[in-house]
Ligand binder design. Sequence first.
Ligand code: ATP
Ligand code: MG
Length: 361
Amino acid sequence: MSMAGPESTAAAADQNRTTEGGSPPILSVQGLKVSYPVYAAKPVRAVHELDLQIAPGEIVGLVGESGSGKTSLARAIMGLLVRPGRIDGGAVTFDGRDMRAASEDELRAIRGRDIAMVIPNPRSELDPLVTVGRQIANVARAHLKIGRAEADEMAMDMLKAVQIPDPARRFRAYPHELSGGMAQRVVMAIALVCSPKFLISDDATSGLDVTVQAQVLELLRRLVRDQGAAMMFITRDIGITAHFCDRVAVIYAGEIVEEAPTLSFFENPMHPYSVMLLAAFAHNPRLREKWHKPLASNAPSHVATGCEYAPRCVHAEAECSRVRPQLRELAPGHRVRCHFPVLRDDGETGGVPSDAGEAGQ
Ligand SMILES: Nc1ncnc2c1ncn2[C@@H]1O[C@H](COP(=O)(O)OP(=O)(O)OP(=O)(O)O)[C@@H](O)[C@H]1O
Ligand SMILES: [Mg+2]
C-alpha cells in the first residue's frame, strides 16, 4: 500500500529546511493529520496538523497524556498505522525521503535498518521459539546482506553493548529464560544492530523497575549518541525528559502545544497544560490545585473552535474558545500554542528537577 497523498510533494520542498542547530533535519513532519474512522460516527482525530523536526544526534522527548496521539504519530512516521487508522494530510520526510510516497517494500527496507522502534512489552516483540542471539543476527542479515558468521558476531557485540550479563550464554537463551529488563535490552539490541539513523522509543521503559529503567535509559542514550543517531522518546512521564532529552515537545489532543530546548522548557514552561503536567509530576498539591481544573471527563475531547485545552485551562478567557492559537516562538527555539502563555513570575514552576522523586517538594 502506498502512502502517497496530495500533500506529499510538500516533502520535497522540506529538504531545504534546517533545524535550530542549522543542520537539515533527519526527520521532518509537516501538517500531519491522522484519524481513525468510526462506524456511524465522527472519525477519531488522533493527530492534527502536527509539525515536528528532529536533527541528527538530537534526542527529543514527546510528552503527553494517554490518548494524546503519541503512538499514532510514531506509527504514522513508520508507515505502520494500525487499522483503521489513516493519514489524512501532511508530509513525513525522513533523511530527505518522502515517506508517504514510499512503497510498502521500500518502507519495509527502511524500517529496522534506518528507523527502528522500541515499544513496551519486550516479550511480545520476541519470537519465543528462536534464541535471542539468532533473532538479533537475523535482523542484521535481512537488512545488511551479510553472512551468518558476521551477523552472529554483530549480535554478540550488541549483547555486550546493551550490557547483558554473561552474553555468550544469553546468545543461546530463549526469550522466556530472560528477566524483563534483559528482554528489554535484547529488544534494544535488535533495534540498534543495524545502526539506525533514527530511533523511536514508545513508552518502552515504563514497565521496568525504576532502577532498571534508569540503567536502560542511560544505555539507550549512550548507544544512540555513539552511533550518532537521533531519537524520539515518547513518554507520559515528563520528569524523565529533564535529564534525558535535548528538547521537549508537549502534545495535547494531537497537537504540539509547547516545544523547547529542555533547559528553557523546565526553567520557563509557558503553556498552562505543560505547567499542569509539571505540577502533577512534582507531587505538589498546592501547585496541582492552582493549575488543574477537573472536568467531568479527563480524556481530551475536541472543541468545535478555539484552543483544544481551553475547557481544562485555568487561564482560559473568552478568546480561547473562539480562536485557535498558533504556535508562536517566544524565546529561542521555544514555541507555545497559547493566547495567554504563562510568564514566569514567582519561580514556582521553573527549574530542572534535580531528582525525579524530589522535584518540586
Ligand atoms: N486502532 C484504533 N482505533 C480507533 N481509535 C484509535 C486506535 N488507536 C488509537 N485510537 C485513538 O486515537 C487517539 C490517540 O491514540 P494514541 O494511541 O495515539 O495515544 P497515545 O498518546 O499513544 O496514548 P498512550 O499514552 O495511552 O499510549 C485516541 O483517542 C485513541 O482512542
Ligand atoms: Mg501510545
